[in-house]
Design a protein around this ligand. Structure first.
Ligand SMILES: *Cc1c(COP(=O)(O)O)cnc(C)c1O
Length: 463
């Protein structure tokens, strides 16, 4: 067995981590100074760290551990598949049973005529596939000028050069020469922060119509596709006004713009349906999937595409693919994950049991003096921290309150993330009613402590 064990002292592991491991989206020097937290095991919705703390993971890892931690079935399927066929590619006129079975299962679950899957190793890779696929699609249809993909500011579509360009994170664009050409960003449907005096539904319509404006400005003959998350995740769990998506669908239909729904977070039950597109009532041409597809037990992603796109792409060679497209172990693990989600009624649990209960408890946090709004759909929720409950005005220094709150969550053995001054949750879908009570109690305690600290530091304003 490997020489790395859980039994080294925490300080020694921290020093080794600081010496050799570069963390994603992290100021590594600062982390080394502070000392990284070491997660050693997990079960259900709880993580255990190297100091023996039991931490409730209200983020399901990174929005992905939909069935919860510690499911032996997946470990057994992975071990069996590794013994039988640990790897083979699907490039050279070959395939294997796990990828066939998984593609068939995904086609069954996906709505409408989304019946074909191009596999990738992650959500970023899948979105890179989408960029090339939609451009190639239009080119094959004799419209090679249709190459622009419209996306939104503050969207998250991954961290590779392509997917990071699709995303609308300005901090990411500032490093490494992003975005690539022919990606165009419009504004997001974020009423709380950007809606001013408008009514939310009126604002939702206005933001959707920015897509139409962009198409008309750029020229219909230049635009290939529009990509968006049904509910923005990493941007702060931003649930669009109800008016937004129907208008987007109307515009995509009118101008024959392909609609790509990035379902990497919303897919596989998170919003109370198999896909966020169903919750939002849209009919995408392509869906990006990853995360919940395997509940994070193995890295796998993909693009689910319509019959029409598959037919066009299928007529000639598409010069694209990854060594690990449809990796047999990852595919077998994903298939077992889907079996559990389906047979244990996990999506119905979100829709009918845990979702409605959590909604009531989550929205009740809106009463807290630090909370401006508390919104949730299925198992994705966010609260806006504000200095003054009577207005939507933000804190003077964005992110301070969120950071303090996240620290208080950690201190109370709760993983809740902050995006600026929004606190967000995305717990495992299997969370029980009793566990929701524990989660909410810890969140409320963290909010109280955060409020007290902000008060002490004179960061609150009251009128
Ligand atoms: C996480 C995420 C991605 C990127 O997936 P990776 O597996 O991290 O590459 C893409 N889109 C959305 C909406 C995501 O949340």
């Amino acid at each position: 067995m490997s020489a790395i064990t859980n039994h080294l002292p925490t300080a020694e592991l921290q020093a080794l981590d600081a010496a050799h491991h570069m963390h994603p989206f992290t100021t590594n020097d600062e982390l080394a100074e502070k000392g990284v937290r070491i997660i050693t095991r997990a079960s259900g919705i709880y993580l255990t760290d190297s100091e023996g703390n039991e931490i409730l993971d209200a983020m399901a890892g990174l929005w992905c551990v939909n069935i919860g931690y510690g499911r032996d079935e997946l470990a057994e399927v992975a071990a069996r598949q590794m013994r039988e066929l640990p790897y083979y590619n699907t490039f050279f006129m070959t395939t294997h049973v796990p990828v066939i079975a998984l593609a068939k299962k995904i086609a069954e679950l996906a709505p409408g005529d989304l019946n074909h899957v191009f596999f990738a190793g992650s959500g970023s890779e899948a979105n890179d596939t989408n960029i090339r696929m939609v451009r190639h699609y239009w080119s094959e249809k004799g419209k090679p000028t249709k190459s622009i993909i419209i996306s939104r500011n503050n969207a998250y579509h991954g961290s590779s050069v392509g997917s990071g360009s699709l995303g609308g994170m300005s901090a990411m664009h500032a490093q490494g020469g992003l975005p690539i050409p022919d990606i165009h960003h419009i504004e997001q449907p974020y009423w709380w922060a950007e809606g001013g005096d408008m009514d939310p539904e009126e604002f939702g319509l206005q933001r959707a119509q920015e897509l139409e404006k962009a198409i008309l400005e750029l020229g219909e003959d230049r635009v290939a596709a529009f990509i968006a998350e049904p509910v923005q995740g990493a941007g702060g769990v931003i649930i669009p006004p109800a008016s937004y998506w129907p208008e987007i669908q109307r515009i995509c239909d009118k101008y024959e713009i392909l609609l790509i729904a990035d379902e990497v977070i919303c897919g596989f039950g998170r919003t109370g349906n198999w896909f966020g597109s169903e919750t939002m009532g849209i009919r995408p041409d392509i869906m990006t999937i990853a995360k919940g597809l395997s509940s994070g037990y193995a890295p796998i992603g993909g693009s689910i595409v319509s019959d029409e796109i598959a037919a066009v792409i299928g007529a000639s060679e598409f010069n694209h693919g990854y060594t690990y497209s449809g990796h047999p172990v990852a595919a077998a693990v994903a298939l077992e994950n889907l079996r559990i989600l389906e047979e244990e009624g996990v999506v119905a649990h979100v829709r009918d049991v845990a979702g409605p209960y959590l909604k009531e408890k989550w929205e009740a946090l809106g009463d807290h003096p630090l909370v401006g709004e508390a919104r949730i759909v299925g198992m994705m929720g966010s609260i806006a921290l504000v200095p003054n409950k009577n207005s939507r005005a933000p804190f003077a220094e964005a992110g301070t309150a969120g950071f303090v709150c996240r620290e208080r969550c950690f201190a109370n053995n709760l993983v809740m993330r902050h995006v600026g001054d929004r606190m967000i949750i995305s717990p495992p879908l299997v969370i029980t009613i009793e566990e929701i009570d524990v989660m909410i109690a810890r969140a409320r305690k963290a909010l109280d402590e955060c409020y007290a600290e902000l008060q002490k530091r004179n960061l609150l304003s009251v009128d």
